[in-house]
Ligand binder design. Structure first.
Ligand code: NAG
Ligand code: NAG
Ligand code: NAG
Length: 280
């Protein structure tokens, strides 16, 4: 949990243990964000579903309006600790629709961005697993970026990371850091969690970081944990194990600049050739 000292932007990934009691979890969340801020982090990111158990059956019961109890709490937490706070994701209720939503606050407690998960997770493997977010959730339809101390950050939620196009759009919009609160499980986690982040990082020459809940082997959905941060060269700069912890990553803007100069892929793309339609 010790943070490195340095001049660059210090990012804290708060890998919280999430269970079924909202007030208890909010107070633990406040403690952890306080620790991260005292350690010098300027931007603090929380995991997906940090205020509720993961699973479509819980979404409706735990859903809140934005602004609402949890987002008011996040706003005051950002202000109290003077940090940029990326509020993981929560189930958001808007009229009769539910969204999977991540909110972001400035050090004055102002809501500066709100991302509704764009790609809903619908899978059906006969005899094994079926998970249909689209039965309970609606998809967002907007890109979400925000500025932090000279950095431009692009935000996605969990399954959004499997879509290379979203990360590319963020890179085109000028992002140099992508954040994905997420909860991969014990199959997809070991297979793809790190790989996807390294791929998005190298493809787009950006920093990529993810924030998972800690692993709870008694939960309905067992999260992999392993919140991590990858640099634009694809190297791991920080990684948690499966337990509750905070990991820190120091982000260096010059690193992004020099990698983009050395291998100028964004200038050498051939958009004139890329317009092929998907077969559905
Ligand atoms: C958001 O979507 C992810 C899957 O990508 C899922 O793990 C999570 O439970 C959803 N969270 C909420 C709060 O709806
Ligand atoms: C994790 O989810 C995948 C589908 O995304 C599924 O195939 C697999 O069975 C799940 N694994 C566990 C351990 O639940
Ligand atoms: C991180 C945290 O505080 N988790 C708590 C969430 O709420 C449940 C139920 O009260 C607790 O058991 C967890 O410790």
């Amino acid at each position: 949990m010790t943070a490195p000292q340095g001049s660059n932007l210090l990012l804290a990934l708060v890998q919280m243990a999430v269970k079924q009691n909202k007030p208890a979890n909010l107070s633990r969340c406040a403690e952890l964000v306080g620790i991260a801020a005292q350690s010098g982090a300027k931007i603090v990111a929380l995991p997906e579903c940090f205020n509720c158990p993961y699973g479509t059956k819980y979404f409706s019961e735990y859903a809140e309006a934005v602004p609402g109890e949890t987002t008011e709490f996040l706003s005051s937490l950002a202000k109290k600790n003077q940090v940029w706070l990326v509020g993981g994701s929560i189930p958001e209720r808007d009229g009769n629709k539910l969204y999977n939503t991540s909110t972001v606050y400035s050090p004055t407690g102002q809501l500066i961005a709100k991302h509704r998960k764009i790609h809903l997770f619908d899978i059906n493997i006969p005899g094994s697993i079926s998970f249909k977010e689209s039965e309970t959730l609606s998809a967002g339809a907007a890109f979400t970026t925000f500025d932090v101390m000279g950095w431009k950050v692009g935000l996605g939620i969990c399954y959004d990371i499997r879509f290379a196009e979203l990360a590319q759009v963020y890179a085109k919009l000028g992002c140099n850091l992508l954040l994905y609160p997420g909860a991969f499980n014990m199959t997809t986690g070991p297979a793809h969690w790190e790989l996807l982040q390294r791929a998005r990082a190298v493809d787009n020459q950006v920093y990529v970081a993810s924030i998972s809940p800690a692993r709870d082997v008694n939960a309905d959905y067992i999260a992999y944990g392993h919140s991590l941060c990858v640099d634009p060269w694809g190297c791991l700069v920080a990684e948690a194990d499966e337990d509750e912890t905070i990991v820190y990553a120091e982000l260096d803007a010059n690193e992004v600049k020099s990698i983009r100069q050395n291998i100028p892929i964004s200038k050498q793309k051939r958009p004139d050739l890329y317009q092929v339609q998907y077969k559905k």
